[in-house]
Ligand binder design. Structure first.
Ligand SMILES: Nc1ncnc2c1ncn2[C@@H]1O[C@H](COP(=O)(O)OP(=O)(O)OP(=O)(O)O)[C@@H](O)[C@H]1O
Length: 226
């Protein structure tokens, strides 16, 4: 395996009495596209959120390039999410008051880019994902599928080292879903971007290099190539 980018060891995470992760370990190499799959409620999103440092496991550790996330301050973790990680949540989470072009450009503005450059990179990504026509639309004026593609553009625009995507094609019909996955995976392969893709759909998992199958908060079996 190439250099590991992310190593999770013995992750346990509960919500009240529900144990979402039960001692899960997984290693993700640089440039790998990994699908995390399994039935609803098996802990996929919880694993993604632990790997991205959005939530902290009750026990176990996640290391990013050897550095335990648990030993970073919240400020350091959020800086890491802004600079090295791109996160696409299951429900896009666009800013309701901003048109698509500004939603996508937001992480660039926060990273110190000039508005003019942020706008042009944002439009480039909207075009690549086939939603340039909604550039000036507010999220409330978009279809669910358009909003999801805009949210993906926002996660990709900073060219993150690792992209975490939770059901990135959940709101898309199958043709649009294939187009988005094609753009996402070909870009990742060109740029050696690591992708962690949560999905319950075998057709989506087939775009990955490797599949991590979960059942009830644990890995089902030896990892299988997708
Ligand atoms: N914020 C929360 N509060 C309480 N229980 C939660 C919370 N988030 C997740 N859970 C529970 O933890 C378990 C794992 O949830 P998780 O969302 O990680 O699974 P998932 O595989 O991503 O599911 P889905 O495919 O339906 O999105 C489930 O039983 C879920 O009900």
């Amino acid at each position: 395996m190439n250099d590991p980018v992310l190593q999770a060891e013995g992750l346990v995470r509960s919500y009240g009495k529900t144990q979402a992760l039960r001692g899960l370990s997984v290693t993700i190499a640089s440039g790998e596209i990994v699908a995390v799959s399994g039935p609803s409620g098996c802990g996929k999103s919880t694993l993604l959120h632990c790997l991205a440092g959005i939530i902290v496991p009750d026990s176990g550790a996640v290391r990013y390039r050897g550095q335990p996330l648990g030993e970073m301050s919240e400020k350091q973790r959020s800086r890491l999410r802004r600079t090295s990680f791109g996160v696409l949540f299951q429900f896009g989470q666009l800013v309701a008051e901003l048109p698509a072009v500004d939603n996508v450009g937001l992480p660039l503005l926060l990273g110190g880019y000039q508005k003019r450059i942020a706008d042009s990179k944002s439009l480039e990504w909207l075009q690549r994902l086939g939603v340039a026509e909604v550039a000036s639309a507010l999220p409330s004026e978009m279809s669910g599928g358009q909003a999801q593609r805009v949210a993906l553009a926002r996660a990709m625009v900073t060219e993150p080292e690792v992209l975490f995507a939770d059901e990135p094609t959940g709101a898309l019909d199958s043709l649009a879903g294939e187009q988005v996955l094609e753009v996402l995976t070909s870009h990742a392969r060109q740029r050696n971007m690591t992708v962690v893709l949560v999905t319950h759909d075998a057709k989506v998992a087939a775009y990955a290099d490797r599949e991590v199958l979960l059942r009830d908060g644990a890995q089902l079996a030896a990892e299988v190539p997708a």
